[in-house]
Design a binder for this molecule. Structure first.
Ligand SMILES: *[C@@H]1O[C@H](CO)[C@@H](O)[C@H](O)[C@H]1NC(C)=O
Ligand SMILES: *[C@@H]1O[C@H](CO)[C@@H](O)[C@H](O)[C@H]1NC(C)=O
Ligand SMILES: *[C@@H]1O[C@H](CO)[C@@H](O)[C@H](O)[C@H]1NC(C)=O
Ligand SMILES: *[C@@H]1O[C@H](CO)[C@@H](O)[C@H](O)[C@H]1NC(C)=O
Ligand SMILES: *[C@@H]1O[C@H](CO)[C@@H](O)[C@H](O)[C@H]1NC(C)=O
Ligand SMILES: *[C@@H]1O[C@H](CO)[C@@H](O)[C@H](O)[C@H]1NC(C)=O
Ligand SMILES: *[C@@H]1O[C@H](CO)[C@@H](O)[C@H](O)[C@H]1NC(C)=O
Ligand SMILES: *[C@@H]1O[C@H](CO)[C@@H](O)[C@H](O)[C@H]1NC(C)=O
Length: 899
């Protein structure tokens, strides 16, 4: 029960799915098919001329509903359940005076009487196929303009549709698929005044009898089609006899069960002018010599799909007018029977034959006379045939030497080798097809000698065993199409290029060859090239920037190129000028590579691009800078299956382009998926909201501004913290110098003392021992404890005496740094002196190892403020003391001027 409901739902669902909701209009035609209608809709525009109501549930045609559309010329009510035309009684055709074409196939019409169609004189086409018609009386007499009548598949037992002559304008009558058993002498009499040309009597499995004289009333018949009817040999020859004297030109006996043809079979066609005879898909194995002698006018003969064992010299006698002969699949080899035989000179009578198809033909070999006599042959198709020939040499096709052959199809023939001069007798050949063979050799050029007019050469699918040399195509400079897909082995990196002679080449296929190594002159000079196929190779390295010598720009100069395929090449880079100059390119395929970051402007020249394939790469962003020129005029884009980064920078421009483009972008909603950021992961890029980027713009500016400010402040703070003193110091020095505070004119000689010594009280011992002895050499020190005039204020004394000393000597120890006087005033003043006079007036003697920052924090001094020669470290080793003293002497004697 449940299953039943499920099924019912399924059926209902599927019928719903295929159902249209409303009629569609096109060119004044209303299409209301497949709508489950029970009645003719009455709400359509009144001026429609065509009305399709097929595949509905109409049971009758309501003339009053149809009369709403008086302009109707074509009415299709096929595939409904209309039972009778009786309801049209005086109705349908009179309410539709302009109706020309009435289609009523596949309904359940039964009785058909004269009155049913009596007002339909204007009909020209009437299709009543697939009903269960039972004509009564003369139903068709009124149809004086009818040209085309189809009453096939009606289980009719007679072709007799009337007794009086009628249907004077009938041209085509289809009677196929009925239960006809015989055609009697007077069955077709009613057509004696018609102009019947085409009679279809296909699929009449019961036909047994054709009475003499039955075709007499339709002598003007030109085409008789009896496909799929079963015709015994007797019936076939009887049929031909009946056709004698008719105008028949085209007889089709396809799949009519013929097994052998004898000289009697077509004898009756002697008195016809038959031009086309189709005997395809029979089981013909024997053809008696002279079987076709009766039809010398024959121009086209198809023996396709038969099982002929032997073609003899007499098989085609008198077919001297034959232009087209198909023997495709006509001679086949079976496991039980030996290969069929084609005698020498079989084709000798066919002196006008232009087109011979021997596709899928098995034969025992090709001799020097197999094709003799085909002096007009232009096209020979031997594809897929088995001849046993592996090596084509200058003897193989010797029998065709006199033919003006233009097309030779040797596709899939298991050929392995082409000898020099193999095609030398084919001076008029334009197309040579050698695809799908096993040709394995070095193409030196001599193989193609003599092909002076060759335009198309196809070596595709030769199992990658063909090697080229620089002279391979030297004899075929006229080539326009050269197909080498899946054909090549070895290197193409040679100079000059094998393609060098092909100045008129427009189409070159080098796909599927694993080509990895070529030079940038491979395609040089191919100025006419329009189509270049390079897919499925290994060209990735050639376009890498890191390639030694730079990227190989092998497309240079191909300005006429319209189609370029480079998919499946492992490409991860497109060099800056890789596609330069391709102004005419219309189709570009770069799919299935690993392209990721594309450089700006690589597509700049592709202004003619119409179709682009770049699906299945690693493209994360589609930006204006890269893609704008390529997408400008596109009709079709394939960029699906890339790992898109759905951020404003990466795809905002693309999403906006997609929203406004007219180009077709298949799979846009299913196959364009965001990979990053996590918020958009696995969602369609069409979910990306462009508005989220609009608000970003002021924020972005603000962000840039504020971060700049913060950064500047940070840098300044660090600078001030670590180097502030230096700035401050040099600033002061500069100011004092520019303001002329320094006493330029004061002579060196004004100093009373050589050095004003500042030391901690407890370092007095060291000063006495180490400095005072220098006074014996004439150096004068000012020592506060010794030289201060009693009664003077301490401050004033310091200022005065520092002014009288050329140098101020600091004896630096931890103790000095703790001395408050020293820290607060002496050092300050010393600094003042440095600034006012010059920075060289200070000498630092470090008795202990003191850190610079420590020095600065307590004395506001740094080593960097003083000349290096004026910073003296008290040596640890005694033997160095004389050196120290010497340095001190020099420091004290040094000029104060800044150099
Ligand atoms: C048919 O009629 C419709 C309006 O009902 C009109 O828009 C249309 O142009 C007409 N077509 C013709 C071919 O007259
Ligand atoms: C046939 O068509 C013409 C216009 O082409 C019309 O005047 C005539 O009435 C039609 N005849 C019938 C029987 O409907
Ligand atoms: C074939 O037709 C020709 C003339 O068209 C006639 O001479 C010849 O006798 C006919 N042959 C037969 C067997 O009817
Ligand atoms: C050549 O033969 C192949 C294989 O049968 C066929 O596909 C192709 O259309 C033929 N080409 C010509 C030009 O006859
Ligand atoms: C055919 O080739 C053979 C050798 O390959 C040569 O001796 C002979 O002259 C050639 N014949 C023609 C007609 O070119
Ligand atoms: C090639 O064709 C020309 C005319 O197009 C003809 O004169 C010449 O004889 C043909 N060559 C051969 C070898 O048939
Ligand atoms: C190339 O084509 C041009 C124009 O069709 C023609 O004049 C020229 O002879 C051709 N060159 C070759 C080598 O076939
Ligand atoms: C776009 O293509 C059309 C048709 O091919 C062409 O006429 C037009 O010039 C192209 N526009 C641009 C901007 O290339």
């Amino acid at each position: 029960m449940n299953l039943f409901i499920c099924l019912a739902l399924l059926v209902a669902g599927s019928s719903f799915a295929s159902k249209k909701q409303r009629c569609e209009f096109k060119d004044c035609t209303a299409d209301c098919s497949h709508m489950s209608l029970n009645a003719v809709p009455d709400n359509l525009p009144k001026n429609i001329t065509g009305f399709n109501l097929a595949h509905n549930r109409l049971r009758s045609l309501d003339p009053s509903a149809l009369s709403l559309y008086p302009a109707l010329q074509v009415l299709d009510v096929g595939y409904n359940s209309i039972q009778s035309l009786a309801s049209l009684d005086g109705g349908l055709c009179s309410s539709l005076p302009l109706l020309r074409n009435l289609v009523m196939q596949h309904n359940v019409l039964h009785l058909l009487e004269e009155k049913d169609l009596q007002h339909c004189a204007n009909l020209t086409h009437l299709n009543l196929a697939g009903n269960r018609l039972k004509p009564r009386g003369e139903p068709f007499t009124a149809l004086q303009r009818l040209m085309w009548l189809d009453v096939s598949k009606n289980a009719l037992t007679s072709v007799k549709l009337g007794t009086r002559p009628q249907l004077q304008n009938l041209v085509s009558l289809s009677f196929s698929g009925n239960a006809l058993e015989s055609i009697l002498m007077d069955d077709l009499l009613y057509l004696s005044s018609s102009s019947l040309e085409v009679l279809k009597l296909s699929s009449l499995p019961n036909l047994k009898k054709i009475e003499p004289g039955c075709f007499k009333p339709i002598q003007g018949i030109k085409v008789l089609i009896m496909d799929d009817s079963k015709l015994s040999p007797q019936l076939t020859s009887l049929l031909c006899e009946e056709l004698s004297g008719t105008a028949v030109q085209n007889l089709s006996l396809r799949n009519t069960g013929q097994v052998s043809l004898s000289t009697k079979t077509f004898e009756g066609l002697n008195a016809t002018k038959l031009r086309t005879l189709n005997l395809a898909d029979n089981k013909i194995s024997q053809i008696e010599d002279g079987s076709f002698q009766w039809t010398p006018q024959l121009e086209a003969l198809s023996l396709e799909g038969n099982n002929i064992k032997h073609l003899r010299q007499g098989t085609f006698t008198r077919l001297s007018n034959l232009r087209w002969l198909s023997l495709c699949h006509a001679l086949v080899k079976t496991h039980t029977a030996p290969s069929p035989v084609i005698d020498d000179f079989v084709f000798e009578p066919l002196s006008r034959l232009e087109d011979l198809c021997m596709r899928y033909t098995a034969m025992r070999g090709i001799t020097a006379f197999t094709f003799s006599g085909l002096v007009s042959l232009k096209s020979l198709d031997l594809s897929w045939s088995s001849t046993g020939i592996k090596n084509i040499n200058n003897q193989t096709f010797a029998s065709l030497a006199g033919s003006p052959l233009e097309t030779l199809n040797l596709t899939y023939m298991a050929i392995t080798y082409l000898s020099p001069g193999a095609f030398s007798s084919f001076g008029n050949l334009t197309t040579l097809l050698l695809a799908g063979n096993f040709i394995s050799q070095l193409l030196t050029g001599s193989e193609l000698e003599g092909l002076q007019k060759l335009e198309k050469l196809d070596f595709s699918f030769n199992h990658q065993k063909l090697s080229l040399t620089t002279s391979s195509f030297i004899h075929v400079p006229t080539l326009k199409a050269l197909l080498l897909g899946s054909a090549l082995t070895g290197s193409l990196d040679m100079e000059p290029s094998p393609f060098h002679p092909l100045v008129n080449l427009t189409w070159l296929d080098l796909s599927n060859n694993n080509i990895a190594n070529i030079n940038d002159r491979l395609l040089e000079g191919l100025n006419q090239l329009q189509k270049l196929k390079l897919e499925h190779n290994n060209l990735a390295r050639l376009w890498k920037d890191a390639n030694p010598g730079g990227p190989v720009l092998f497309l240079r100069g191909l300005s006429r190129l319209t189609v370029l395929n480079m998919d499946n090449n492992g490409l991860d880079e497109i060099p800056r000028n890789g596609l330069q100059g391709l102004h005419n390119l219309q189709q570009l395929n770069l799919s299935a590579n690993v392209l990721n970051n594309l450089r700006d402007s690589i597509f700049a020249d592709l202004s003619s691009l119409r179709q682009m394939w770049m699906q299945k790469n690693l493209v994360t962003s589609v930006t204006k800078g890269v893609f704008k020129p390529a997408l400008a005029n596109l009709t079709q884009l394939h960029l699906e299956r890339n790992p898109y980064d759905c951020t404003c920078d990466s795809i905002l421009w693309f999403v906006e382009w997609l929203n406004h483009t007219n180009a077709s972008v298949p799979g846009l909603y299913e196959n364009y998926i965001c990979n990053t950021p996590p918020a958009y992961n696995n969602r369609s890029i069409m979910d990306f909201d462009p508005l989220s980027c609009k608000d970003m713009t002021p924020f972005q500016a603000l962000y840039v501004l504020s971060s700049t400010v913060v950064l500047t402040m940070l840098v300044t703070a660090f600078l001030i913290h670590f180097q502030g003193w230096r700035i401050e110091f040099y600033w002061s020095v500069m100011v004092s110098r520019t303001l002329g505070l320094r006493d330029e004119h004061v002579e060196e000689g004004r100093y009373e003392y050589d050095g004003y010594v500042i030391h901690a009280a407890r370092d007095g011992g060291w000063v006495e021992r180490q400095l005072l002895p220098l006074e014996d050499e004439g150096i004068g020190f000012f020592l506060e404890d010794r030289d201060v005039v009693p009664g003077c204020s301490q401050l004033q004394s310091i200022v005065e005496n520092m002014g009288k000393s050329r140098k101020i000597v600091f004896v630096i120890t931890e103790r000095l740094m703790q001395d408050p006087w020293c820290r607060r005033f002496k050092a300050h003043h010393a600094l003042h002196q440095i600034i006012e006079d010059s920075r060289d007036s200070v000498v630092l003697i470090l008795l202990q190892d003191i850190q610079d920052f420590h020095l600065h924090s307590s004395l506001l001094l740094r080593r960097g403020m003083v000349k290096p020669s004026c910073v003296l470290d008290w040596p640890v080793h005694k033997e160095r003391i004389p050196a120290f003293q010497q340095k001190l002497r020099l420091a004290l004697a040094a000029s104060n001027r800044v150099e």
